[in-house]
Design a protein around this ligand. Structure first.
Ligand code: ZN
Length: 411
């Protein structure tokens, strides 16, 4: 054999060998996909007559071209929301000096999806504030506390974004914290491995690549739990899709035409990964004021829908039904009074079997494996919430919650 041919063969062997781990990773993702399909196929049908609430799934924290640094058009966003069958989208545009982006963005019903035009405001002392309805550009960026106080005095929803950057330790009065941000999480991606993972998974289910970089936002959860436990105020957990349609990579030919365009966050994919599930009273119509009121009350939960449809998840609390003097019932976000010397029963219902972890003031107090129904009787005041894990989906999702509930405040 000629020397040149030998070298070529050796190189080919090396290239093939280098792809072996990616082929294996792609195989594991295909298995994960099959496990998710089986999970969704085995979902229990909800009993509608018992159900006092209506559930709407949507997304929070979405940008279009209006705020800069996103190439996404309003039409693309409507199309993606419609094809993902979302009930609502909360837009959070960056203000611009010569354009009221909150007014110019999507508002109202489009193709059956409810849009709320909000804003993402920058604080002078670190952190951001999402407000909805949105506002025109402020003349300058005030400190975060001032943004919160102003938004609340104008009855707007006020959610602290990028909490890891908020430096005011005494900050209070806000409605929620963006404990999870898809974009922040995606920045931890190793693009070299993601490139080959992307090639190997591009024609199957690229959204499952999310399982590779998704991490439980432990530090944000810890700080959020701490705020609620301190009694300074009540805040609810939000998940930001932070959808821009600009994360990924493209290969361009000499004329600048894209030959391979692999976006990790086209709107469809981003909308599929993580969602906000809001609970409404049976006869409440889905409109902007009811949606914002439910978000301000914490009547919602976060779920990584890409791993399974969580619709039907409920976390409730009730006092002993035999004792008429202390009757009470609470949903996520609500408060319930602990009867003197008595108990409150926390209950979790799931559409599939999963592991439920109960927290009080940020500490794990109880865990129920493999069940679609779990409960915990508590005789101690505190802020209770749950996280749900799908252990059956394997080690790729180890330590990564499927559902994060909002708390019930036992007072
Ligand atoms: Zn943003």
């Amino acid at each position: 054999m000629k020397r040149r041919k030998k070298v070529a063969l050796a190189l080919l062997a090396l290239v093939l060998l280098s792809q072996a781990p990616f082929a294996y990773r792609s195989y594991r993702l295909r298995r994960l996909g099959a496990a998710i399909d089986a999970l969704n196929a085995g979902r229990a049908a909800a009993a509608p007559e018992e159900e006092p609430l209506t559930e709407y799934a949507g997304v929070f924290h979405v940008h279009s071209f209006l705020g800069g640094h996103s190439p996404g058009t309003l039409e693309e966003i409507v199309r993606a929301a419609k094809s993902e069958r979302l009930a609502f989208v909360v837009m959070t545009e960056h203000p611009q000096p010569r354009l009221d982006t909150a007014a110019a963005t999507l508002n109202g019903l489009h193709d059956g999806v409810l849009f709320v035009g909000g804003s993402e405001l920058v604080a002078s002392d670190g952190g951001r504030l999402f407000v909805a309805p949105g506002v025109a550009a402020p003349a300058q960026n005030p400190p975060l506390q001032e943004l919160v106080t102003r938004a609340k005095s104008e009855s707007r929803l006020a959610v602290v974004g990028y909490p890891e950057q908020a430096r005011d330790p005494a900050l209070s009065g806000f409605d929620g914290v963006e404990v999870y941000n898809l974009y922040t999480n995606a920045r931890r991606i190793n693009y070299a491995t993601m490139f080959f993972d992307g090639l190997w998974s591009y024609w199957s289910r690229p959204e499952l690549l999310f399982a590779r970089f998704y991490e439980r936002p432990a530090e944000n959860l810890r700080r959020w739990d701490g705020y609620n436990a301190s009694g300074t105020g009540r805040a609810y957990a939000f998940a930001g899709n932070d959808a821009h349609a600009n994360v990924g990579f493209a290969l361009k030919d000499r004329d600048g035409k894209k030959t391979l365009d692999f976006k990790l966050d086209p709107y469809e994919r981003s909308f599929r990964l993580v969602r906000t599930h809001v609970l409404f009273g049976k006869d409440e119509p889905l409109d902007e004021s009811n949606l914002l009121a439910a978000l301000r009350r914490g009547n919602f939960y976060l779920a990584f829908d890409v791993f399974g449809d969580p619709t039907g998840f409920r976390f409730t609390a009730a006092t002993d039904p035999r004792d008429a003097s202390t009757q009470g019932r609470a949903d996520m976000g609500d408060e319930i009074t602990l009867p003197p010397g008595g108990e409150v029963r926390l209950k979790v219902t799931l559409p599939v079997q999963a592991r439920t972890v109960f927290y009080r003031d940020g500490q794990v107090v109880h865990e129920v494996p493999d069940s679609s129904l779990s409960s915990l009787a508590v005789g101690q005041k505190g802020v209770y919430r749950v996280e749900v894990y799908l252990d059956q989906l394997g080690s790729l999702l180890e330590g990564k919650p499927w559902i994060i509930s909002n708390p019930i405040f036992v007072r």
